[in-house]
Design a protein around this ligand. Sequence first.
Ligand SMILES: *Cc1c(COP(=O)(O)O)cnc(C)c1O
Length: 385
Amino acid sequence: MSWQQRIDTALAERCAASAFRKRSPVSLGAGRWLTQGDQRWLNFSSNDYLGLSQHPQVVAAWQRGATRYGTGSGGSGHVTGYSEAHQQLEQQLAEWLGFPRALLFISGFAANQALIAALVGRDDRIVADRLSHASLLEAASQSQAQLRRFTHNDPQQLAQLLAKPIDGLQLAVTEGIFSMDGDSAPLAEIAAVTKAAGGWLLVDDAHGIGATGEEGRGSCFSQQTKPDLLVVTFGKAFGLSGAAVLCSETVADYLLQFARHLIYSTSMPPAQAVALSEALKVIRSDEGEQRRQILLDHITRFRRGAQQLDVQLMDSQSAIQPLIVGENARALSLAESLRVQGCWLTAIRPPTVPAGTARLRVTLTASHQPQDIDHLLEKLYAACR
Ligand SMILES: *Cc1c(COP(=O)(O)O)cnc(C)c1O
């Protein structure tokens, strides 16, 4: 088979399974409205949970940062790319979340890849929740460690897998709030069984951080659990991008030696670090608390209304409210008919989610108005009939 044949075959298979992915460029995509030229839709696809991507204070901070530092960082953090702005942000994150150290990464994907690649080796075992994000599972399967997956949110099965004999060390992996289901992991139990087995726990709280908990400290804080390694990302409630790993002094020093994504990659622009510090300030403030409360009210409103729908609502108390429709083609046609009626939401299909569980992934944000939720529900009633 030639390269061209291989590519043509793969594309043809995707098309036949209604799983072909396309992008569509937006004018604005993160806020209440998604706009393309002079058209607009109510936006139920954005992870900008608190609406901070449009926050004047955060935008001004980025501009101020660019005026002071210029645009790029000029190199990796080991060369010129670690500015005072990066250092301050790391210190603020560590203090906020109660860890000795924080290390910044360019993205959550890079943080997870770097962390797993730097930590685990040939005799080790990673035991990950079956529904963990692709960045975690891919890093784990590319590592030399054994990868075992435990049934979603099942600490008992995790304990059983951890109990199997092993020469090396064990790393348990889960998310705080799951990106495609919106439900929360039982973190205290997961931490307890991991500790009992002598392993370390890595929690990726991409969807919890900023959006939940006192001062937005996220899932671990809400569940009074301290993992050994915490990954937080800034593409969701922070309204920006980037990520951080929260850890001990020695793990931070270790990652600075061995995490290749830190050593061989340009660090985030200093201006972005300035903007992230500002976003953190808003997240921790009364205003952040009000935004979290608005989001919670929207979640309650949506769930109450969606009980009557002829599609399955999931057990989620988070901003992610998936509606399981089953077949790929049905998910696509529902998303399309909602789009025609002014609501933008995404059909999520395998391989992102298990086969037969294609869904409409509704995300709610603090920039929605209550009538936006009612409008969506009305259109959903009509479309699902
Ligand atoms: C979004 C997400 C990531 C990736 O983070 P990026 O900063 O977008 O690369 C990692 N883990 C989880 C659970 C996510 O939802």
